[in-house]
Design a protein around this ligand. Structure first.
Ligand code: URA
Length: 444
């Protein structure tokens, strides 16, 4: 295989053979194919696309470029959940203990974040003492003992994705469906899970700006999962509004605990229940959607879901008292509010900008070497379409540095308008993609 031939073939819109795809990925990871050739290949894929079979081959070649984790020592069907990324999206921290409390073994490998806030691992690290780098033996033992562990992805999990993602980031090739799908699914497949529930986001705060493009991504990812022998379901959900209210790290942990305690409802709880319900179905723990949902609600009401989270914090060396006492979490030195200048209706014009504002405060990484400040962030207290009165607090800023705050505040002011005409609310769930096809939810 010569890289130039594969580039030309894809540039001209022809299908690639499995050997071509494997040769390209192996050569790139080993270093015999240089960045400039891989950049040309990525751009060719960006414009010409890939068939499902090519995308699945790419996914498997990427997954097999490093460690393929073996979770077979853990009894039961292991189910992983993945979100394509949104603002104030803390569902992993809610779902991991919630479905573990329902008896589904959760062996979760998560990443650190690049962008508006940290990833799940960064958020967990705002819990004093909590270890997020468990060696493989300890990770598996903990799941066997308490049914739940969350650890950071090892350096050797899908090295092809690490190299490719960095290259895509600087070559304008991030938002390509086959490249996103293979990136996400290679990590899920390499992490040893038996079944996968995907939350594919659509809207201003997501890669996919419209439900139509999110459904296309969801269909490709579900097909890859099924072709790879993993039961896979995708929920397509809205990301025009931040999902919860907190955008940050420690404040997102507080919000997740609020949901597990049963004191926070709204879209964050609802989406967690929808995703959790599908996790129970694919794991075989429930037979019907109604039964699964009732079990999850019961586990929140009885306190068992919160106790499972406490158990996990304890097992990973963190201070479990934080679930009752939020003063033990990092707190920002300063706080200020943004109030509405008028009566009207809220329109969040760009939720990605709300994430960017949190990053400016220090809640996320601008480059992979930036340091996260776990205490800072923003709470957004209203959603698109809400009726607002003059003086109502729309956002609270938690910050360390005045100059960051002033900049972040301007970004938030531009992203949230209060207008005189009523604004329609966004639906939360657009539909589901599973082995039986695409089911678009009626929105009226
Ligand atoms: N998340 C990933 O892991 N990869 C992508 O390409 C996009 C989102």
């Amino acid at each position: 295989m010569r890289a130039i031939d594969v580039i030309l073939q894809k540039r001209n819109g022809w299908a690639l053979s499995p050997e071509d795809i494997r040769g390209l990925i192996t050569g790139y990871v080993e270093g015999s194919i240089p960045d400039y050739q891989m950049s040309a290949f990525l751009m060719a894929v960006y414009f010409q696309g890939m068939s499902i079979h090519e995308t699945t081959e790419l996914t498997m070649a990427m997954a097999e470029s490093g460690e393929m984790v073996d979770l077979s020592d853990i009894p039961g069907i292991k189910v992983d959940k993945h979100s394509t990324g949104g603002v104030a999206d803390i569902t992993t921290l809610i779902l991991a203990p919630l479905v573990a409390a329902a008896g589904v073994p959760v062996a979760k490998m998560s990443g650190r974040g690049l962008g508006h806030t940290g990833g799940t691992i960064d958020k967990l690290e705002s819990i004093p003492g909590l270890l997020t780098e468990l060696d493989r033996e300890r990770f598996i033992r903990q799941v066997r003992e308490i049914g739940l562990a969350v650890t950071s992805q090892s350096e050797n999990l899908v090295p092809a994705d690490k190299k490719l993602y960095a290259l895509r980031d600087v070559t304008g090739t991030i938002d390509s469906i086959p490249l996103i799908a293979s990136s996400v699914m290679s990590k899920k497949i390499a992490s040893g899970t038996d079944a996968i529930v995907l939350d594919v986001k659509a809207g201003s705060g997501a890669f996919m700006k419209t439900p139509e493009s999110a459904f296309r991504l969801a269909e490709v990812m579900v097909s890859i999962g099924l072709l790879a022998g993993r039961e896979t379901v995708a929920i397509v959900s809205d990301m025009n509004d931040p999902l919860g209210s907190a955008i940050g790290n420690a404040i997102e942990v507080e919000e997740a605990i609020g949901v597990l305690r049963g004191t926070i409802g709204g879209p964050l709880l609802e989406l967690s229940l929808v995703l959790g319900t599908h996790m129970l179905l694919v794991s075989g723990k429930s037979e019907t959607l109604d039964d699964a949902r009732a079990r999850l609600v019961g586990l929140i009401n009885s306190g068992e879901a919160l106790r499972k989270f406490e158990q996990m914090i304890n097992a990973q060396g963190g201070d479990p008292a934080i679930v009752r006492d939020f003063t033990l979490l990092p707190k920002a030195a300063n706080q200020d509010v943004l109030q509405s200048p008028r009566d009207g209706y809220l329109s969040i014009v760009d939720s990605q900008q709300l994430g960017r504002a949190a990053m400016i405060l220090g809640a996320g990484r601008e480059t992979k070497d930036s340091r996260i400040d776990p205490a800072v962030g923003i709470r957004i207290l209203a959603k698109t379409g809400d009726s607002i009165i003059k003086g109502q607090v729309l956002a609270i800023f938690y910050y360390s540095h005045e100059s960051d705050y002033l900049l972040a505040r301007r970004v938030v002011e531009d992203a949230m308008n209060v207008v005189s005409e009523p604004v329609s609310k966004h639906p939360l769930i657009y539909g589901v993609v599973d082995r039986n096809g695409t089911h678009i939810r009626s929105l009226d």
